[in-house]
Every structure is written in C-alpha cells, then in structure tokens.
Ligand binder design. Structure first.
Ligand code: ADP
Ligand code: MG
Ligand code: ZN
Length: 476
C-alpha cells in the first residue's frame, strides 16, 4: 500500500458459543459429525405455536466475553426479530438483538510495531444461527442441526489500520475466547466467521472512505489475503480517479480476488421488530459479578504474573501464555521442579518442538508435567547431562514413564565417578600428544578438544565439568 492512503477495517465477528443446548430449545447444540437433521424440535423448526425459552448459559458466556473486554453490561436487554425468507431459517425470521444488545463498548488490545493499540468494540449481541445449506448441482440440502444454535456477534469500530492489525485482533480475541471456554473456536468447523468491512482514504482526510463488506470469511489467513487484495483494489480505483462503490463482496480463495455479490444475494429489508415471545433479559448486578468471578485469569494478566512470580523474560511469558494448555503445563512443571527458567526452556523448546513435529497437542502425548519436572531435577542434581536428558525426554514424550527408571534402564547416569573419569582422561591424553603439547603451551582450546575425547570415550555420559577438572589435574 502506498503511504498516501490510510486504511480502516471493521470486523463483525460471529462466534459459535460452547453450550450444551440450542439458544431457545432443549435440542443438543450443533456438533459436527452428527446425522443431519437429528437435533430438531418444533421450536427450532419454527412450527406454528412453538414458543422459545432462553438459554441461560449462552447469556452467561456473552456477558463473560463483554466482561473480558471491558464492555458495559446491559442489565436490561431484549431480543428482536429480523425478518427474511430463506430456507436456512424455517421461522422466516431470526431472533437477534438489534436495539438493546447485552454488551456495549469495550476493546481488545493488540501489539503493533508502534506499540500496543486498543481496537474498540461497538457492542456484542446474542442471536441464533441459521441452518446449514449445502448447494448441490441441481438442488440444495439443508441441515437444521445448526438452526438456532447460540451465536454471539461482536462488532468492532473501524479501528484496524492494516491486514496485520486485523489478524492480531482476531488472534487476541480467539485466545481470550479459548481461555474462558466461551467457544471451541475451531475455524475449520465455522466456529468463528467474520464479515470484513474496509475502506481507504487519502492521508489527512478527516472522514473515512466508502467501505465495502466481504461476507462470511472463515479463515484468518483468508481474511488477511482478502484485505490485502481489497485495500489494493480500492486504492487503484482512487488513483485512477474513480470512486469505491459501497457494496457487499465475496472472497474467491482460489482466484485470490474479491468479487461483488449479486444484489439478490444480499438484498434485505429486514423489518426488525421486538420479539413478542421473549421477555426482556434482566440481570441482577450480583449475577454479573458472580459471572465475572467465574472467569479464569486472562492471557495478559497471566503473562504479567509469569514475569513477576517466576522471574521469566517477557518473551518466555508471551510464548508460554499463547495457549492456556501450554501455560498450565509450564506452571505445573515450574511448581514441582522449583526451577522456573528450566521449566520454561524445556516447555518452549523441546515440548513445543516435539508437539509441532508430531502434529499433536499436549492432550495427545503421555508426557506429564510431573515427569518433566522429575527430569529437570535429575539434570539439576547432575545425575544426567544435557544430551542424556534429551534422550530421556524423547522417551517420555513418546511413551511416558518415570525418568529415574529410564535413566537406570538405559544406563544414562552421568559418569561423575573420579576413578572412571581418570581412566577416560588418561586414554585421551595418551592418544593425543599434540593437543597435550598445545595445552601446555597455553592453548585453552586444546583442553576443550580433550574434554570432547573424554565425552566420546564415555559415550556422552561423562560430566563435562568434572572431565575438564580431571584432565587439568593430570596435565598440570
Ligand atoms: P451497518 O449498520 O450497515 O451494518 P455498521 O455501522 O454497523 O454498519 O458497521 C458495520 C461494520 O463496518 C463495523 O464493524 C464498522 O466498524 C465497519 N465500518 C463502518 N464504516 C466503515 C468504514 N468507512 N470503513 C471501514 N469499516 C467501516
Ligand atoms: Mg451491522
Ligand atoms: Zn430444537
């Protein structure tokens, strides 16, 4: 992008809430893999006369999201009907919140190259999801399992100034939602979908430019790519003396372009009106406070605490708290081995490496925090050296087990016994007269070479520090 234009991006993010049942009935909430149309009832099929009842857990999770981002919680909120005809909505209206949403305002802080920046949130409201339609060549299939699943919509102000900032916002939001178990945030399953609004304006202009909206994006990478394309497209129009048309577009991932949607695809006259079958939602302030108290510690607070309590560098704290599972794992190891920096190094290093190499999550491996803590203790007690520890780690990661037993079984205990070390040292000295002469002539590097020979002779098990001391004693 040329520096003469500034970009503004606003997101409308839909999040599928993690609840047991649907928004207004007792049907199980949508889960992937269930038989199509196996979770339906008169309410979510919109049969005449069926009445909705409110899902309290969906309200709790929406309010908790608002609390996490500093929204003002509406103690009275209400539902509205958004009327439209499409087979994905059997009632011919969607129950949503138009005038009195549950959460108002708030913001999410992201890191940018220029420092932290807060992306303001306009509001968060609660609504029901539509059914899932699969368009076939000559027909369409509708699965009503997803119809009326609780959906939370979070609308930002147009505060993001680049595709990177939009990505940082989505990543930070996802991190919070996962921490607090608001949603499983599985993007492949469509748990997070966004409408992406963007505009450009000449630097110095005091009003935002005309925006377009890219509908229904469901990968972060796709959003980043779509924004790069769309902002460049808008800039090219302005550069050519044309104007941007306010319209709804869609992202063609294969072609890497955004295209206007046919106007039929988004023509709406929703005629919102208050939902007559649901009373307003009234929340007691004590209940909101209880829900706040039930929130877990959030990533930013946890990061600060890791620096404070464990004396970790900012960098370590950031990596470890990027996922709750990793942070929990690290903390369990650190508490047990009493060496937080080693716990951090092992978690950030070997653990994350092994996980990514084997494409697993912590839940998949038999490695426990208890076993890693025991391994670190063996290292700290100098019972084993670093190469042996890595060997034990790999076994723990693949098969689990007890580090002490593995060390014994594999004969990995470090050779700290002076007699044995002297034997290796003497052999090294006899076999390398040139290095011995170099060392005596003052070359320190020659000693390192001899230590290497001792390590080799001991098949990596010698304690390197003691090996150096033994060699010196014999040579001086
Ligand atoms: P509507 O009522 O048409 O849906 P909203 O005011 O609710 O419009 O805005 C929808 C989204 O579009 C919000 O995320 C908002 O931040 C974003 N948006 C609004 N105006 C602009 C603009 N000029 N440039 C970029 N994003 C914008
Ligand atoms: Mg809107
Ligand atoms: Zn139902």
């Amino acid at each position: 992008m040329t520096s003469t234009y500034l970009a503004s991006i606003g997101l409308e993010v839909h999040v599928q809430l993690k609840t047991r049942t649907k928004m207004f009935c007792a049907c199980p909430a949508h889960r992937e893999g269930d038989d199509p149309n196996s979770h339906t009832c008169p309410v979510c099929l919109g049969l005449p006369g069926a009445l909705p009842t409110m899902n309290r857990e969906a309200i709790r999770k929406t309010v908790q999201t608002g609390l996490m981002i500093g929204s003002q919680i509406s103690l009275v909120s209400a539902f509205d009907r958004k009327n439209y005809f499409y087979p994905d909505m059997p009632k011919d209206f969607q129950i949503t919140q138009q005038t009195l949403p549950l959460c108002i305002g708030g913001g999410v802080t992201i890191q940018t190259p220029d420092g932290p920046k807060t992306i303001r949130v306009n509001h968060i409201h609660l609504e029901e999801d539509a059914a899932k339609i699969t368009h076939l060549e000559h027909s369409s299939e509708v699965d009503y399992n997803r119809a009326s699943t609780p959906l939370m919509e979070l609308v930002t102000e147009p505060d993001m100034a680049s595709p990177d900032e939009a990505l940082a916002f989505l990543t930070a939001l996802k991190e919070m939602l996962l921490y607090a178990q608001i949603s499983d945030c599985n993007l492949e399953m469509g748990h997070m979908r966004a409408d992406v609004n963007s505009s450009v304006r000449p630097a110095g202009a005091d009003r935002l430019g005309t925006r377009t909206e890219i509908k229904n994006m469901n990968t972060f990478r796709g959003i980043h790519r779509a924004l790069e394309y769309e902002l460049a497209r808008q800039i090219a129009l302005l550069d050519a003396g044309d104007s941007v048309k306010q319209e709804t577009r869609r992202w063609d991932d294969a072609e890497g372009v955004t295209l206007p949607m046919r106007s039929k695809e988004y023509a709406h006259d929703y005629r919102y009106f208050p939902e007559p079958d649901l009373p307003p939602v009234r929340l007691a302030p004590e209940l909101v406070e209880q829900w706040r108290a039930e929130l877990p510690e959030l990533p930013a607070a946890r990061r600060a605490r890791f620096v404070q309590d464990y004396g970790l560098p900012d960098y370590d704290a950031g990596v470890l708290t990027a996922s709750r599972a990793t942070a929990d794992f690290f903390e369990a190891v650190a508490k047990e081995c009493d060496n937080p920096k080693a716990a951090s190094n092992w978690t950030m290093g070997e653990v994350l490496r092994a996980l990514s190499e084997s494409d697993q999550t912590l839940a998949d491996t038999p490695l426990t925090p208890h076993a890693l803590a025991a391994l670190i203790k063996l290292l700290d007690a100098k019972t084993i050296n670093q190469p042996a520890a890595k060997e034990v780690f790999q076994i723990l990661f693949e098969q689990g087990g007890d580090p002490d037993a593995i060390v014994k079984e594999k004969g990995l205990a470090q050779v700290s016994d002076t007699g044995a070390l002297e034997g290796f040292a003497k052999t090294a000295i006899e076999g390398n007269p040139k290095s011995v002469a170099d060392y005596r002539a003052g070359k320190q590097a020659a000693l390192m070479f001899l230590v290497g020979q001792v390590m080799k002779a001991s098949r990596g098990k010698a304690n390197p520090k003691l090996a150096a001391e033994t060699l010196k004693k014999l040579l001086d």
